[in-house]
Ligand binder design. Sequence first.
Ligand code: ZN
Ligand code: ZN
Length: 385
Amino acid sequence: MPCIHESVKMKIRQLLRTGWRHHLHRSSLSSHHIFYVTLGTFCIGVFYCEYLIYFASIWWCSWPALQCLDGQGGEEAPLRAMILADTHVLGPWAHWLDKARREWQMWRSFQTALYLLQPAVVFILGDLFDKADVTSLQQFEEDLRRFRVIFSVPSHIPLICAAGNHDIGFHYKISDKGRSRFERRFVPKSVYRYSLSGMDFVILNSMAFENDGCTMCREAQKLLSDLSRSLNKAEVRPVVLQHFPLYRESDAECSQDDAAPSSEKNISFRPKWDCLSREASQELLEKLSPRALFSGHTHHGCYQEHFLQDGEPAPEWTVASFNWRNKINPSFLMVSVCKSELKVGRCHLPNEHTVFFLYGLLISLIVLGGLIITFRFKASSKLKK
Ligand SMILES: [Zn+2]
Ligand SMILES: [Zn+2]
């Protein structure tokens, strides 16, 4: 008589041996389904990481609220200025992949910001290019063409760009040719007054404030004195925009969320390299009496308070780099300004670590999908045997 106990044991052994194959084989999803679900999720993931993520980040940014009086008891809309810095559009020697990725990121975020935020004016505070201080005219024209594509603006939005050391060189390196090719395309002078909605914006070439008596510095001094005299008659103090920050010892006091990492914060600034000299900074404060200053160059955000001779504060915002090559979490400023008041907000762009993490998840998903399909294929082949 066959042993019932033995036959049950055999059945269990068989189930254990082939059970998981049965399970995979008889699952309601076919291999084709799994393939298409994996591929679909991967495509949606890439679309999110490369396109939608910019909308998702900038969607949360809003202009600082400001109530502006027009002087006759009524209200007027504030001017909305978007300020970015250090775009560093890569030059001819950069790797094509690095170039393509950085340019895509900047183009997508800039165009998304224009679309969602509708600024009235855009300022870029120097280092527009990465290597324009050393490129030939032909290479400069090519970089300029790409810059114009990435930062294209509709005709009703002015785009005002200051010179940075990567655009024309540090003071010791500036050639007349290099400076004039930049000034022909962007801000035409070392000290340039730009008026909008009855307010003055002064755009400076920071490298022209070395005060060593060179032609460029003498020219800048004269322009500055002339401007100072005419600004005395203006009813509103100007806003100053330039590449170098005013003199400060380091970034140690900067506490914004886009400030330098703690490992860099205490590194001492070298005047005339990392910031303006103490004398030049003092002179600008005295002659221009700015109500606010904006700068770039350090690639990290900062807020610093300076004071004029009469004790009035002159706050300065240093804007972080807009290029992911220099900053893992770039940002730009959104400034609402009218004659009586000025408020500043920051808009954060996607953190590249988040993007890498999402790509890690997507790759894991593909590996998992591939493994399931392979096991199913093996399981069904064994069952057929
Ligand atoms: Zn710079
Ligand atoms: Zn820079």
